[in-house]
Write a protein that binds this ligand. Sequence first.
Ligand SMILES: [Zn+2]
Length: 257
Amino acid sequence: MDMLTVCLPDNVIDHIVVVPIGTSNDAYDKIIWKLSSNGSFNVKSAYACSISASSLPDCFWKGIWALKIPPKLKLFSWTMVQGRLLTNVQRFRRKLTVDPSCKFCPGVPESMVHLLRDCPHAQLVWNAVNVPQSMQQTFNLDWNGWISANTLQANCKWHSFVWKDFFIFICWFIWKWRNKGVFDVQFIWPTNPLEVILNYASEWFSVSKVDNNPSEKRPALLHWQKPLPGVFKLNVDGSRTHQGIIGAGWCYQESHW
Ligand SMILES: [Zn+2]
């Protein structure tokens, strides 16, 4: 009891002490998962719980996993559509901050829809994108309506992209830039956001293109092959960090290796 008074407030201790103590000696306390019949955690029941807690239709959730986007953006979109990105409104609810306002818009709560759509910084991005006409009216909808309309519409195109895929890229960049704007004092919002998003998305789609014609598939070269006699081979590789640090290496070999 003394230990409880050190760690917990009085009202919580009151709740604890009124719980009757079991009389059976062979029943031990254990942690159980109440959503399964045997008390053990399983992903299926957790997934069903998260779906049922949402007001979005089932097809929406299936649509998320079918998007042709990088895995990390799928995870981002999953968190986003559940409204669980740590906006200041969310942080305020969890008592992580005393101010739910947008850092860039004093006095305006930083909700999901504000951060990703209505904040002036987000607006600059959407204006640069030139949203398809059929989607423009969705920008007056509430959060669920806006998200559903822009991620379920399979036939809407934006240049060579499927709009619902490109939409997630845009949201992800807005979230990323918002975080940099909040946590990095030297960060400057890009003057040409569309170019940045377009380059990233184009690169992703070009390398992830699926070849649907098996007859045209070529075997991938998975091991090094020595060059022909009299020929030299130079293998190179390189990488670059976000801080601009560049590393490179090369290997120069001839046929007798
Ligand atoms: Zn704002």
